[in-house]
Design a protein around this ligand. Structure first.
Ligand code: BES
Ligand code: ZN
Ligand code: ZN
Length: 506
């Protein structure tokens, strides 16, 4: 049962609710906004509670004041935003994630939040409300699909009400919260797709998901099977798929939100539903995580769904090559040479570097649209984790302005990306003696040589960015609004980047 977010006008001190949640900065001496109203209504009890020192407002700190009939509400819950100057919009997302989980563990079916009339950390009321909705819904995410008895036991938060004191706050709050809901649902759906094991989530299931998404207005879906892909000459994609009994699917979604002749933005997402490494087989430790090697593809599908819901005035194409990477009697072997859709030949020296092979054909296919921009997203290299750890997405490409937009949007929405260089020198590392290129580049700069490989399939006339999410897609432990396991990181970045490009073209 999903959580519903309601936005309405009202006075916080008059609400009949299980809990009134108020976010507060650390070291805030003033009692203003919602706190002032609540303090007055409780005849100073809130001030006493705050002055007691029990609640300092540290980021993600939660403190509960039980009421005794002073207000129609049963409790006031304070949640900390941390110190004011370093506080970012992400602080509200974190605080809301934390407090939502706390309310659920108390088995409260609903609670009410006051929308700060002046926004948080310099952001508008609209952006603040969006972040509030996102923080709650992302934080409450749980994957209990295969634990029905646990699912029955947990009492979900059913309704979260955002309360606006005046008409203007209501209008902005409603717009922001609605958008936050669409975006959080997209990210949560990505997490779901990544959590499902590979015996359930196959290329066929993913194609079915794409077809469901395409039931919305303005979306067209085409799925190419093995035979059709072969006819088109997708030798790189099929080279990965040939070791698997599971039928591969090359999925294309086309969203039209702008006039026909507007050039589309093309998204390409890697969807390897399980990456064993193929003949260059992976060690078994942590191999189960490779069920999430389809994260990029899931992000592309859910992004198309989200932007259709948001009615973005853009044309966007989503391309999702999907297959398993398996060893087998028919599998590609080291040394084999594949002819890609672009016509370029590829010497496969390591069958575990399969993502770039399926993306090669995905990117070549993207060129057919004469795109305004191409964005690819993939769990491509373990090396990006070595370089950046789990706090930044690796970004590379051929267009500095687009790369800078990615970095800027990422910073503002809390999914940060960091650029690595893509100089020509790195292309030397993927030269082959027997084919046009080879699929690995030696020991150094693994994320960069992977991108250098991809650049062979992108025409330099088109702005292109590559997002390597292999360091961020899986969390070792739970964070305030990011669960352990599949994180969905990258979903909000791509959606917000498209929003940014819609309002301000390249
Ligand atoms: N799917 C992996 C990358 C990956 C690693 C994703 C860890 C998430 C967590 C990819 O297909 C792969 O195996 N890459 C190889 C490339 C190498 C053989 C050049 C890698 O990174 O080791
Ligand atoms: Zn691999
Ligand atoms: Zn892979």
């Amino acid at each position: 049962m999903p959580t519903t977010i309601k936005v309405k006008k009202g006075h916080i001190e008059e609400e009949r609710t299980e809990a009134i949640v108020v976010a507060r900065y650390q070291d805030d001496v003033k009692l203003d906004g919602a706190v002032a109203h609540l303090n007055r209504a409780t005849r100073g009890r809130l001030r006493t509670h705050i002055r007691s020192g029990e609640f300092q407002g540290k980021l993600n700190q939660v403190s509960i004041l039980h009421l005794n009939g002073e207000l129609p509400a049963k409790r006031i819950v304070l949640v900390g935003l941390g110190k004011k100057p370093p506080a970012r919009l992400d602080s509200i997302r974190q605080a809301m994630g934390t407090v939502s989980k706390a309310m659920r563990s108390l088995e409260l079916p609903s609670f009410t939040l006051a929308i700060p009339e002046r926004g948080i950390a310099g952001a508008t009321v609209e952006a603040t409300s969006q972040a509030m909705a996102e923080g709650c819904l992302l934080g409450l995410y749980q994957f209990l699909h295969y634990q029905p008895s646990r699912a029955k036991e947990t009492k979900p938060v059913r309704t979260i009400t955002l309360l606006a004191r005046d008409e203007q706050t209501l209008k902005m709050g409603r717009a922001g919260a609605q958008r936050g809901q669409v975006i959080a649902e997209a990210a949560n759906s990505v997490r779901d797709l990544c959590n499902h094991p590979s015996n359930v989530l196959t290329p066929t299931t993913l194609a079915a998901e794409a077809k469901t998404i395409a039931k919305a207005r303005g979306i067209r879906c085409t799925v190419l099977d093995r035979a059709k892909a072969k006819k088109l000459g997708m030798g790189a994609f099929l080279g990965v798929a040939q070791g698997s009994h599971e039928p591969p699917k090359f999925i294309v979604l086309e969203y039209s939100g702008a006039p026909k002749k507007t050039r589309p933005i093309v998204l390409v997402g890697k969807a390897v539903t399980f990456d064993t490494g193929g003949i260059s087989i992976k060690p078994s430790e942590n191999m189960e995580r490779m069920k999430a090697d389809m994260t990029g593809g899931a992000i592309v599908l859910q992004t198309i769904r989200a932007i259709a819901n948001l009615k973005l005035p853009l044309n966007v194409v989503g391309i999702v090559p999907s297959t398993e990477n398996m060893p087998g009697g028919l599998a590609t072997k080291p040394g084999d040479i594949l002819t890609s859709l672009s016509g370029k030949t590829i010497e496969v020296l390591n069958t575990d570097a399969e993502g770039r092979l399926i993306l090669a054909d995905g990117l070549a296919y993207a060129m057919r649209y004469k795109p305004a921009a191409v964005i690819d997203i993939a769990t491509l290299t373990g090396a990006v984790f070595v370089a950046l750890g789990s706090h930044a997405i690796g970004v590379l490409g051929n267009h500095d302005a687009l790369i800078n937009r990615v970095k800027k949007v990422g910073e503002s929405i809390g999914e940060r990306a960091w650029q690595l260089p893509l100089w020509d020198e790195y292309k030397e590392q993927i030269k082959s003696d027997v084919a046009d290129i080879r699929n690995i580049g030696g020991r150094g700069g693994g994320t960069i040589t992977a991108a250098a490989f991809l650049s062979h399939f992108v025409d330099d006339d088109y702005p292109w960015v590559h997002l390597d999410i292999a360091g961020t897609d899986w969390g070792e432990s739970a964070r305030p609004y990011i669960p352990k396991g599949p994180t969905g990181i990258g979903s909000r970045l791509v959606i917000e980047l498209l929003r940014d490009l819609a309002s301000n073209p390249l």
